[in-house]
Design a protein around this ligand. Sequence first.
Ligand code: NAP
Length: 282
Amino acid sequence: MSSPQIWLITGTSSGLGAAFVKAVIARGGKVIATARNVDSILHLKALGAETLQLDVSSSQEELNKKAQEAISIHGKIDVLVNNAGYVQFGTVEETTIEEWNQQYQTNVFGTLNTTRAFLPHLRHNKSGTIIFNGSMAAWDGVPTAGAYCSSKAALHYAVESLSREVARFGIKTLLIEPGTFRTNFLSAQSQKRAVPKYNDYEEINVAISGEYDKLAGNQTGDPQKAAELVVDVVKGENGAGGRKWPSSLLLGSDAVDLIRKRCQETLRELDEWEVLSRSTDV
Ligand SMILES: NC(=O)c1ccc[n+]([C@@H]2O[C@H](COP(=O)([O-])OP(=O)(O)OC[C@H]3O[C@@H](n4cnc5c(N)ncnc54)[C@H](OP(=O)(O)O)[C@@H]3O)[C@@H](O)[C@H]2O)c1
């Protein structure tokens, strides 16, 4: 019998992170569940998970120490799940550079720093899978969500480059791009909202925040089903077996619909402007 896979998951205090912990353990894997506040995940020990404090926005030096601590628990890590993230709302003009920095510090730089902390170990082992929790938002600049959408778009292309860099070491990356999932993501304690500054934006701020308030608790996606599918993909089992590894795994019918529409619009626009686009060649 092969030895159980060792998974390290960030942001497991709720939502998709907590769902990953349950799905991996149910399929015989071992989990190191991490959170900013380790007290918030002590209950996961009862499921068989180890727990570790880890804030992805910490310094590289601190994250390197956390990686060493995590690796020493079972002697290795096979799968790193970069799940932690949050949404900063606010129009581009009304959000501050500090709010953008914080958004990127968690969703982009924190995710990449955590990855950097584990890469020497994975390169040494010549194996491993790194999962990145992106978003369908990477494909669609939603008004009042520019900080979030752009952070997930940055992650999309950073992961694409990384994937082509580390495949030679036997390391796989899996970018998941969920639609809307029923988690704490849109709750008052998880999301951040910029202070509105200008009446000119009131209409759009009210309209979009109203849409998200209505969406909270009514999202189409089931986090547990998403986590189970991702475990299937990593293990190549059930419906995920025998398929070509995806460059981006969309989760949820809303993500599929949005991205299909976006691709069709992109092709239409490319066709409409093609003659002029080509006319600038030397
Ligand atoms: N739900 C959706 O509709 C949806 C759609 C697309 C993508 N996603 C992505 O899915 C991921 C998980 O979100 P979720 O939906 O499960 O929302 P959630 O229930 O709010 O969970 C977010 C998790 O991230 C953690 N976190 C935030 N900042 C952190 C940091 N600096 N270091 C470590 N952990 C941190 C939170 O921990 P604390 O308890 O410490 O705050 C929490 O455990 C995010 O990356 C999100 O962008 C979600």
